[in-house]
Design a protein around this ligand. Structure first.
Ligand code: PLP
Length: 390
């Protein structure tokens, strides 16, 4: 094998050629500041920003005025959560609700708020990673300021019942935010139909550039400002816009949404092939829903008894295959993933987990190659393990 097979598209994706081509003029030619509207270089930049906003709105079924660009998905999550918490704290509402399988952008925001005197309810999930709508309903109190539940889990691919949760929150008059960083560009999303109040997204998950994201805020819903300064983003998010990045985000999202049916069909075919092959191996547990319509089309996470995830990753890498043993942000830590523990996996099984996530550059050949490699590698690692009892 003499080329890299990149199967870690949940961590990040390569920037598409069309996206890069659309971005490049905004570095050296159309370099104006979008706020400098009194001369042509600036007004062209202003227009490019407006076009990008309109493209994002059209791709997600929201209004351009509901799109607020940020520096990444993490910033969008922090803004939605901390901005809402601080806004409602003034009214004596200092309770927040989330799930225990959220990304650290959400969980660590909650931890920071707890240190400031806020109370947080962390809802459990079932063995497939689903949050119960009834649990959300029961957890809401008069002093609840915000519910935030992720759209799609970054490790096990579970697609949460977002529409139902939004309905329950609105019946009780509570704002609802969803971290849709893994979902945007991977599954169809209609912001209006979904009924959520705020939604976070990040360009580098759908073949756009790193370091640019957005928070979509329904009209009339606005958390307190997270970044104070100039009047950018209608006075809500200060800081000179990363125009090339924003143009890249909008172009990537437009492409992703226009090609979504094909992308989903291709990813499902690869995912289902690999799933079948892995399921035929001895002592393997597939993590996340086995109802394949209820998980991300590109995600497979499995635990291979007595074959440590890090060993599998290193040996796959020697064969030119990139995968993940958990979320990219958690790698470097030897603690088992909080998501795998939350779905009830024992520590020793959680340590033996591998995530494969497909993207637009992958082919069925890649799916076949990873299966062949995995069968060989898992057998080798197990042979060396004192924990392996065939
Ligand atoms: N939320 C989820 C579910 C993610 O998977 C990630 C990134 O992996 C983030 C938030 C953070 O996004 P960003 O890398 O743009 O900060």
């Amino acid at each position: 094998m003499n080329h890299t097979i990149y199967l870690d598209n949940a961590a990040t994706t390569p920037v598409s050629k069309e996206v890069l081509d659309a971005m490049i003029p905004y570095y050296c030619e159309e370099y104006g500041n979008p706020s400098s509207i009194f001369y042509s270089v600036g007004s062209k930049a202003h227009e490019a920003l407006a076009n990008a906003r309109a493209k994002v709105a059209a791709s997600l079924g929201c209004e351009p005025a509901e799109v607020f660009f940020t520096s990444c998905g993490t910033e969008a999550d922090n803004w939605a959560i901390k901005g809402t918490a601080l806004k409602f704290a003034k009214l004596g509402k200092k309770h927040l609700i989330t799930s225990c399988i959220e990304h650290h952008a959400v969980l660590h925001s909650m931890k920071a708020l707890e240190k400031e005197g806020f109370e947080v309810t962390y809802l459990p999930v079932d063995s497939d990673g689903f949050v119960s709508v009834r649990d959300v309903q029961n957890a809401i109190r008069p002093e609840t300021a915000l519910v935030t539940i992720m759209f799609a889990n970054n490790e096990i691919g579970t697609l949460e019942p977002i529409e139902e949760i939004a309905r329950v929150c609105h019946e009780k008059g509570v704002w609802f935010h969803t971290d849709a960083v893994q979902a945007v560009g991977s599954v169809p999303i209609d912001f209006k139909k979904l009924g959520v109040d705020m939604l976070s997204l990040s360009a580098h998950k759908f073949n756009g550039p790193k370091g640019v994201g957005a928070l979509i805020c329904r009209r009339g819903i606005m958390p307190l400002n997270f970044m104070d300064g100039g009047a950018q983003e209608r006075g809500r998010r200060a800081g000179t816009e990363n125009l090339a990045g924003i143009v890249g985000l909008a172009t990537a999202l437009d492409l992703a949404v226009r090609n979504l049916d094909k992308k989903i069909a291709d990813e499902r075919a690869m995912r289902d092939y690999v799933l079948k092959e892995i399921q035929a191996m001895p002592k393997v547990k597939i993590n996340g829903p086995l109802d394949l319509n209820k998980r991300l089309p590109n995600n497979i996470t499995a635990s291979f008894e007595a074959a440590e995830g890090e060993s599998l990753l290193l040996m796959l890498d020697m064969k030119g295959i990139c995968a993940s043993s958990g979320s990219a942000c958690a790698s470097g830590s030897l603690d088992p993933s909080h998501v795998l523990l939350a779905i009830g996996l024992p520590h020793e099984i959680a340590h033996c987990s591998l995530r494969i996530s497909f993207g637009i550059q992958n082919t069925m050949e890649d799916a076949k190659a990873v299966c062949t490699a995995l069968k060989e590698i898992v057998a080798t690692v197990r042979e060396r393990s004192p924990l392996w009892h065939p």
